[in-house]
Design a protein around this ligand. Sequence first.
Ligand SMILES: *Cc1c(COP(=O)(O)O)cnc(C)c1O
Length: 352
Amino acid sequence: MSRYLHNRYKDMIPYVPGEQPQNREYIKLNTNENPYPPSPDALKALENNKLNKLNLYPDPSTKSLIDAIAQKYNVNNEQIIIGNGSDEILAFCFQAFCGEGIPACFPDLSYGFYPVFADLYSLTKKVIKLKEDFSISVSDYFNANATIFVANPNAPTGIALSLEQIRDILKSNIDNIVVIDEAYVDFGADSSVELLDEFENLIVIKTFSKSCNLAGARLGYAIASKEVIRDLNTIKFSFNPYNVNSISLILGEAVIKDEQYLVQCLDNIKNTRQYTIEQLETRNFKVLPSKANFVFASHPIFCGKDYYNLLKNKGILVRYFDLERTKKFVRITIGTKKQMDALLKATDEMEV
Ligand SMILES: *Cc1c(COP(=O)(O)O)cnc(C)c1O
């Protein structure tokens, strides 16, 4: 730390992303990326498109991509904002809708960025414990008097809420914003987009990073009421009007329009998830019921850290969270069947 850093940041602990080692080829099952390449249409769109226009700024209204997304979800194009990854949209939400008298409320075990954003903006945190079985206790969020952030399905558990449960949270918090982070929703949970007509306090956040095979492009978006999107645009245009680069805008539009490729990748991943869960359970792992592209699982003998290290030695990366409640577990991204077989084989070869 230099002596110039302002006091408000002196205890700040930044978010720690999953490892992206560049020193050797790992089987990467640690950051919930999609194991399949982006839609071939995306790559084609880039070739044909105007890369020679990179001397110009991108369209600050991101209109072309917004129109494609609006069409997909059958919402008005004024109900959408695009971000540099959904992380940026989440940051805008913490900044716009929390503050003095309005804490940021989220589960104790969820996306690790929520407490970091709360700290970045010097917000009060209202942290609510998950139940013993790692599910969200919905009634704990009733009348929260806070801006609520819920990942559905939740991470790192993979457990999803039903739309009825989300509706109950929205109903009892009508004077506060409820953000539903749907980073993993395409892998098998129900999307809250259909609740938008009913609730003006709802923001649904989505990303191209997980189900859309585009983590490298850094694209995310929010769908909400026109008024709420206008608020988020106030933040965006006060921070970085050109928050999304031209290349990513082109890629995103092509990916959104290739529904067939999306469905094919999702089917593969869901089938491989089922296979992986069965294989792990055969080996006496405890596996939480996942609707996401990862499973949260504990080895029958090794603690999470040991299992993580043993796998890493064998060239396979998974994610370990060093917390009291999660120390038995690792989070394993669902890759290709071949990658999962490598994980199972490595597991079978471990000396207990
Ligand atoms: C991966 C993830 C995100 C961030 O996605 P980006 O669009 O890549 O920034 C947001 N929320 C959750 C719960 C995630 O797991």
